[in-house]
Design a protein around this ligand. Sequence first.
Ligand code: FES
Length: 293
Amino acid sequence: MGATMDFEQLAEQVDRLTEEVLRIEDEGARESAIRLKEAVEAIHREALVQIVRRLKEDDATLAALRELAREPAVRMVLMLHELIKPPLGTRVQPALDEVRPYIHSHGGDVELVELVDGTARLRLSGACQGCPGSTMTLRNGVEQALRRHAPELVGIELVEEERAAGALIALDAISVAGSAARLPDPAGGWRLAMPLAQLSAAGVTRAEIDGVDVLLAQPNGKLVCYRNVCAHMSMPLDAGEVSNGVLTCPWHGFQYDLESGECLTAPEVQLEPVPVRARAGIVEVRLAGVASL
Ligand code: FES
């Protein structure tokens, strides 16, 4: 944690000095200082782009890059230079939050059910449910917001909760980026994770499957899986403590309800869910549409 504190102190120093620069009264001096900062950052970004591009060319160096990206300072710098994107799920939620007032004005609500093959499956509820105008509501509001926040999404699928059986029925598929939603692969994107018996009974269990880092847990007996990424600063959560179904991030203390993935510290964000199931004592996760580094 010593190195982490050093990094955080440096980051705070940068913030403090930046504020001081912005308060310089002499306009010419202030703009020169800002341009100097931007020029240094541009050099760093150019160098980092070349380093990351080269490391991604080879499986062994890509693995080393992924390992490095778990270090707080490295991850933060890569994120600052937009070389690591926040998880897709954490960008879909702000998009939905953005249009929620509009959906509310139609007497309904919208929620993300899951991300599959790069397609966001959304559920409308309230007055929107089953309403013929639902598709237009999505086109006009949700689609535009998702394009801004998560342009790599390939589609939106509107699902409705069947009142009698609780099953999900696909109602419609809408192209977001002008491309059709993909057909599922033969395995449906499901991958073997581990024997169910290997899961921690009280805590979380980390697994890396096809390069995707996930957390598995069984709060209240319900099998759940999330990307091993904190919504605060995208640090790994697997060393976090679990108490009464609440996972606490080991880095800065964000807390999550393990059963729902909701963030108790900042309700506007949440853990990115990964579809999971157990069959014949084996845990399987569906990774299609879940991005790795
Ligand atoms: S990374 Fe800051 S609370 Fe998790």
